[in-house]
Design a protein around this ligand. Structure first.
Ligand code: KIV
Ligand code: ZN
Length: 385
C-alpha cells in the first residue's frame, strides 16, 4: 500500500495560547514558531490577528521569520477579520487564511440566530473574500462534531466552489466518539462534490479524552491534515496532542501514512512550550511526560533491564528522551537496585546486594523515591562501612 503524507497543522500559538495563563509575549511566540518550524510542522497557526493589536503584530512577525511552514491566521466569517489576517500575513512565504462559521443547530440558533441558507451565504462570502488576498484558504465548520452530516456536506461543497483549499471539520466540543468522527469524515469524503480539490482536516478537542483517537479515526477515514498542539494544550481539556498523533502514525500506521515531523525534537519542543506557557506537562502524559519512559515496579524493571522492549513500545531516543529510567521506590526489586548501584559505580556481589536491599526497602518505605545520593550514602554506610 502506498504511503500518504498527513499534514501537521500546529495551533499551539492560537488554540493553545488562548488558554487562561498560557498567553505568550511576541518574543515567546517568535521563539516557539522557530522551534515548530524546525520540528517540521507543515502549517503554523500563529494567532487570531483581529483579536488584539498585540496578536496582529505577533502574527505579522512570525510570518516574517518562518522559513519552511505555511503561516496561518484565524478569522471569523467577517470581512474586517479576514482583512486583518491578510494584512498580518503579508510577509509570509506561504500564507493561509483560516476562516469559518458554526454549522451546528446549536450555533445557528444561539450564536448567529439565522438559518442554514444564511450560514452558507456567509461561509461562501468569507472564502471568496479571503481568496481575494491569498490562494490558500482553509474553511472551518465550527462544531462540525455536532452538525448534521448532510448539511455539513452542502457547506463543504459550496466553500470548495468558492475556492477553499482545506476543509476543517472541528469537533469543537470534543463530543464525538472515534467511530462517529471517522464516519463523519468518511461521509464527507464520499459525498461532497469536488472534494478532490480540497484536503479534509481534523481538529479535535479533548473534553472526553478522545481527541487523539478521533483524529486518528479521521485520518483512517480520509483526512490528510491533523490540527493539534504541543502537549495537547488548548481550550478546556485541550486539543489533540501533536506528539501523540505523530507517534501513533509512526509506530502503528507507517505502512500507510507519514508526517515530516523530526520526532527527535518532540521532547525538547514539549519542554520549551511548557516552560514558555508556564503550563506543566502531567508526568504520565504519553510520549513527553516525565514518566513516559520511567519504570518503577520490580517486575517491569527486571524486564526492561533484560530487554527494553519488554515494557517499552517506543525507543526513547526516537522522541528526544536520552534514555529510559529505572526509578527506585519501595516497589523496586533487586535487579533495579543492582542496576542503579552499577550506574553510580558499585558492582555489587550477591551478598552485598542482599544486605543493601534490606536497608534500601526501609529507606524506600520512608521516602517516595531513592535517588543517587541516597543510594550512595546507603551503600557506604550499610555495605562498605
Ligand atoms: O475548535 C474549533 O472549532 C476551533 C475553530 C475556530 C477552528 O478552534
Ligand atoms: Zn479548537
Amino acid at each position: 500500500m502506498s504511503s500518504n503524507k498527513v499534514f501537521i497543522f500546529d495551533t499551539t500559538l492560537r488554540d493553545g495560547e488562548q488558554v487562561p495563563g498560557c498567553k505568550l509575549k511576541q518574543s515567546q511566540k517568535l521563539e516557539l514558531a522557530e522551534l515548530l518550524d524546525q520540528l517540521g510542522v507543515d502549517i503554523i497557526e500563529a494567532g487570531f490577528p483581529i483579536s488584539s493589536p498585540g496578536d496582529f503584530q505577533s502574527v505579522s512577525e512570525v510570518a516574517k521569520i518562518v522559513k519552511n511552514a505555511t503561516v496561518c491566521g484565524l478569522s471569523r466569517s467577517v470581512e474586517k477579520d479576514i482583512k486583518a489576517a491578510a494584512d498580518a500575513l503579508v510577509h509570509a512565504k506561504k500564507p493561509r487564511i483560516h476562516t469559518g462559521i458554526g454549522t451546528s443547530e446549536n450555533h445557528m440558533k444561539f450564536k448567529f440566530n439565522c438559518g442554514p441558507e444564511e450560514i452558507i451565504r456567509r461561509a461562501v462570502a468569507a472564502v471568496k473574500y479571503a481568496k481575494s488576498f491569498v490562494e490558500d484558504v482553509e474553511f472551518f465548520a465550527e462544531d462540525a462534531g455536532r452538525s448534521d452530516n448532510a448539511f455539513l456536506a452542502k457547506v463543504c461543497e459550496e466553500v470548495i466552489k468558492a475556492g477553499a483549499t482545506v476543509l476543517n471539520i472541528p469537533d469543537t466540543t470534543g463530543y464525538c466518539l472515534p467511530d462517529e468522527y471517522g464516519a463523519k469524515i468518511k461521509y464527507l469524503a464520499e459525498n461532497v462534490k469536488g472534494i478532490h480539490k480540497a484536503v479534509l482536516s481534523t481538529h479535535c478537542h479533548n473534553d472526553l479524552g478522545l481527541a487523539t483517537a478521533n483524529s486518528i479515526a479521521g485520518v483512517i477515514s480520509g483526512a490528510r491534515q491533523v490540527e493539534c498542539t504541543i502537549n495537547g494544550v488548548g481550550e478546556r481539556a485541550g486539543n489533540t496532542s501533536l506528539e501523540e498523533v505523530v507517534m501513533i502514525l509512526k509506530q502503528k500506521l507507517s505502512d500507510q501514512y507519514y508526517t515530516d515531523i523530526n520526532t527527535k525534537l518532540l521532547k525538547p519542543t514539549s519542554e520549551r512550550v511548557s516552560f514558555e506557557m508556564g503550563m506543566p506537562v502531567q508526568a504520565n502524559k504519553a510520549i513527553v511526560g516525565d514518566n513516559a519512559f520511567a519504570h518503577s515496579s520490580g517486575i517491569h524493571q527486571d524486564g526492561v533491564i533484560k530487554n527494553r522492549e519488554t515494557y517499552e513500545i517506543i525507543d526513547p531516543l526516537d522522541v528526544g528522551v536520552p534514555k529510559s529510567s529505572i526509578i527506585l521506590t519501595a516497589r523496586s526489586g533487586r535487579a533495579a537496585l543492582a542496576f542503579r548501584a552499577k550506574e553510580i559505580g558499585y558492582n555489587l556481589t550477591k551478598d552485598e546486594l542482599d544486605i543493601a536491599y534490606q536497608s534500601f526497602l526501609i529507606l524506600a518505605d520512608a521516602q517516595k523515591e531513592v535517588r543517587d545520593n541516597d543510594l550512595e550514602k546507603l551503600l557506604k554506610q550499610k555495605v562498605f562501612a
